[in-house]
Write a protein that binds this ligand. Structure first.
Ligand SMILES: [Fe+2]
Length: 216
């Protein structure tokens, strides 16, 4: 006899003023979890990654829930969709799909669908599940937005990871040729060693003054 299940599901959609590859890069930048999202994550460790496959441990604080919990997630790309299987310490398997679409004028649309397939008894919690994940999506979206927009902005100036902007490094005038190469998403993206170590990366502070990026 097969056990009956229910699928708790919620979809969130948003648009951003940068190419979709910037947002993909952001989803594969595991180090920013304990920095940009220090209120939501206190620990991150990359256990394994190859090409667009990554197995990552995250210590996190879900909105509404009064405790921190850890979870292991595998993420990979299937065309323009990032698939994530996330097993948390409560035993739930969260299956997330994030679809990336190009929009005109270097913009993009992101559609994230969260699914938990579980015992029918949890059906009564579906409104809570939907509220929880909507809140989670928008909390992370708002924290990520300045970083993504800045990433796109400095890419257009010629920025390269761990190198900077050539003409500024060399104290040369700004080049006249303003053609911008496409932002390429080529995972795994470069990172420091700590997050791949046994200890992983822990957040450096639990409280901070939000300084933001006020240089538009
Ligand atoms: Fe993020």
């Amino acid at each position: 006899m097969t056990m009956k299940t229910v699928n708790l599901s919620v979809t969130c959609q948003a648009e951003m003023d940068c190419p979709k590859e910037i947002v993909m890069w952001n989803y594969y930048d595991h180090e920013h979890l304990v920095g940009t999202h220090y209120k939501l994550y206190d620990h991150a460790r990359v256990l394994a990654q190859r090409d667009d496959w990554a197995l990552v441990y995250r210590g996190k604080k879900m909105p509404f829930l009064p405790f921190w919990s850890g979870g292991m997630a595998l993420q990979y790309m299937e065309g323009n969709v990032m698939k994530t299987f996330h097993q948390d310490q409560l035993g739930f398997l969260l299956e997330m799909e994030v679809e990336f679409e190009d929009l005109p004028d270097d913009r993009c649309r992101i559609t994230a669908t969260y699914n938990i397939i579980t015992h029918p008894i949890f059906k009564v919690f579906e409104p809570v599940f939907k509220a929880l994940f909507r809140k989670w999506f928008w909390a992370t979206w708002e924290e990520d937005a300045p970083m993504r927009l800045r990433r796109w902005k400095v890419h257009k100036l010629g920025f390269k990871d761990f190198s900077g902007i050539d003409y500024i490094n060399e104290c040369l005038p700004e080049p006249r040729d303003k053609r911008v190469p496409a932002f390429e998403f080529r995972p795994p993206i470069s990172c420091l060693k700590a997050i791949k170590s046994v200890d992983g990366e822990r957040r450096r502070f639990a409280h901070s003054t939000e300084v933001g990026y006020n240089d538009d």
